[in-house]
Design a protein around this ligand. Structure first.
Ligand SMILES: Nc1ncnc2c1ncn2[C@@H]1O[C@H](COP(=O)(O)OP(=O)(O)OP(=O)(O)O)[C@@H](O)[C@H]1O
Ligand SMILES: [Mg+2]
Length: 474
């Protein structure tokens, strides 16, 4: 692969002019010239990412371009015409503590002169000439690596922390609603027991009781069929029912009206009751019917709340992938749905969530729990960019041999001048204490390194899209 350059004489005086060799003695510069050599390179590849790192290159004249493979593409990371710019086996002094492979590809887009030193000579030079610097550099290198790992773990915990805070909040509402509804139900049932006592005392005859029971069944049947009405309309209907009850001598009619209205029972139905029940019993019969309706409504509410609790618990289980294999074949929609559900509180009421799913997408092999992390980070960023109001669009599509998952937000966008930097670890525009700048770095590592996919952003004010591509096959 490596394009052999054309060897030229090496001059210690020329090396002396480079910032990189500042402070070296004439003997040391002469040693460099003896151990190394100068190459005139035609435009083209000098070394490729992933090959054994055998040589160190220093620019004397020309232009260096370093690029790294991202998915199937080469992305330029550095372009420099500065004399003394260097690339190659500069980690050789770490020996076998790290894999000695080129971490990027080096190209010269125009004819360039390079000073070249073998990794062995370079390592020997650092070791002998700068022993203390070697220890310091080693320390720096491994400290940085350690810090990165610890912070990544911490970030994972933070994500879990904010998630469980959100989950607690989400669970709290339906749980409290169920408790409230249960205690109201207890009261209504007590009221019905009391009424049953009065019935048993013999104030109603058999025919009247049968009529009442038929009406009760009818009322209970209507509850689940009632459609929800807007508050204004409900208020109007309650007024009408209240008036009707007043007109028919039912005391505290306003107290019963809301239940009848919620159950979809109107004055027409009340007329029907009045026509079937003896006027002497009307008030008692209506109160009994209202209890029936209320208990039905309360039981519905309890059912809804407890269903919501189980749904949330199921989503939390899906999200955390607690009882699943880390690597498995998944439907990305299941992952997206559980993440969106759990982030409900964080997303907030002011943000509209639009799902544009291509349900025909095939399942893909993936580290499901980690992909959930990616969605969480991207949604978190979108939500904070929109600052409370906007639209979050989650789209899925098939893009040739990859699945595309896109998160669109209507926030102000990522300014062009920082677009290159947002994936760097610790890069954040958020105030201290709010962002660590690791969300996108972690997402990048999960998508690109772990899944061999791709992660990119397209952004203009009001339309920002973070796109995640995942391969269909492992
Ligand atoms: N949807 C977006 N709209 C606008 N800017 C964004 C968006 N997503 C990310 N950014 C920018 O990228 C920066 C880096 O994002 P990243 O998720 O890595 O870190 P962070 O959100 O600042 O902090 P952390 O995620 O660790 O809490 C953000 O500070 C923000 O400036
Ligand atoms: Mg973030």
């Amino acid at each position: 692969m490596t394009d052999p350059g054309f060897t030229q004489p090496c001059s210690a005086d020329e090396l002396r002019t480079l910032f990189l060799f500042e402070g070296l003695t004439s003997e040391q510069l002469a040693w460099l010239c003896r151990e190394g050599h100068v190459e005139q390179h035609p435009p083209g590849l000098v070394f490729a990412e992933g090959e054994p790192a055998l040589w160190c290159y220093v620019l004397l004249d020309g232009l260096l371009v370093l690029s790294r493979k991202v998915g199937t593409e080469d992305v330029e990371v550095i372009r420099s015409a500065q004399r003394g710019a260097y690339a190659g086996a500069f980690q050789a002094f770490l020996g076998d503590q790290v894999p000695q492979l080129y971490t990027a590809s080096l190209r010269v887009p125009e004819p360039s002169r390079l000073f070249v030193l073998s990794s062995v000579a370079y390592s020997q030079m650092i070791h002998q000439w700068f022993p203390m610097a070697q220890h310091l550099l080693e320390g720096l290198f491994f400290n940085f690596q350690n810090t990165q790992q610890i912070i990544a773990q911490r970030e994972r915990l933070l994500a879990l922390g904010s998630l469980s805070a959100g989950l607690t909040h989400e669970l709290n509402n339906p749980a409290a609603a169920a408790v409230r509804a249960t205690s109201a139900l207890r009261e209504r049932v007590a009221g019905m027991r009391h009424k049953l006592g009065m019935i048993a005392a013999g104030r109603y005859d058999r025919v009247a009781l049968e009529t009442l029971i038929r009406l009760q069944e009818d009322a209970a049947d209507r509850v689940p069929k009632a459609r929800a009405v807007a508050p204004m309309e409900a208020a109007d209907r309650e007024d009408a029912v209240s008036d009707w009850l007043d007109d028919h001598g039912v005391a505290d009619g306003w107290d019963l009206a809301p239940a009848f209205v919620q159950a979809g029972l109107d004055t027409g139905w009340l007329d029907h009751v009045a026509a079937t029940v003896d006027a002497a019993y009307l008030a008692g019969a209506l109160r009994w019917l209202a209890y029936t309706v209320e208990t039905e409504l309360l039981m519905n509410e309890i059912e809804d709340s407890t269903t919501r609790v189980s749904t949330l618990v199921a989503a939390a289980k899906q999200y955390s992938q607690l009882d699943r294999a880390p690597y498995q074949v998944v439907d990305v929609h299941d992952l997206l749905d559980s993440t969106l559900l759990l982030l409900g509180a964080k997303i907030g009421k002011g943000i509209r969530v639009v799902k544009e799913y291509d349900r025909a997408l095939p399942e893909i092999p993936a580290y499901a729990g980690e992909l959930n992390q990616v969605w969480t980070n991207l949604i978190d960023n979108a939500v904070s960019a929109m600052d409370g109001t906007g639209t979050l669009t989650v789209r899925t599509a098939l893009d040739r041999d990859r699945v595309l998952v896109e998160f669109g937000d209507t926030g102000p966008g990522v300014p062009a001048e920082i677009r290159q930097r947002i994936f760097e670890p610790f890069f954040t525009t958020k105030p201290v204490g709010e962002g660590t700048g690791l969300g996108l770095d972690i997402s990048w590592r999960i998508v690109v390194n772990k899944h061999h996919g791709d992660l990119r952003v397209e952004s203009s004010p009001g339309d920002t899209r973070f796109k995640v591509w995942l391969p269909l096959a492992a």
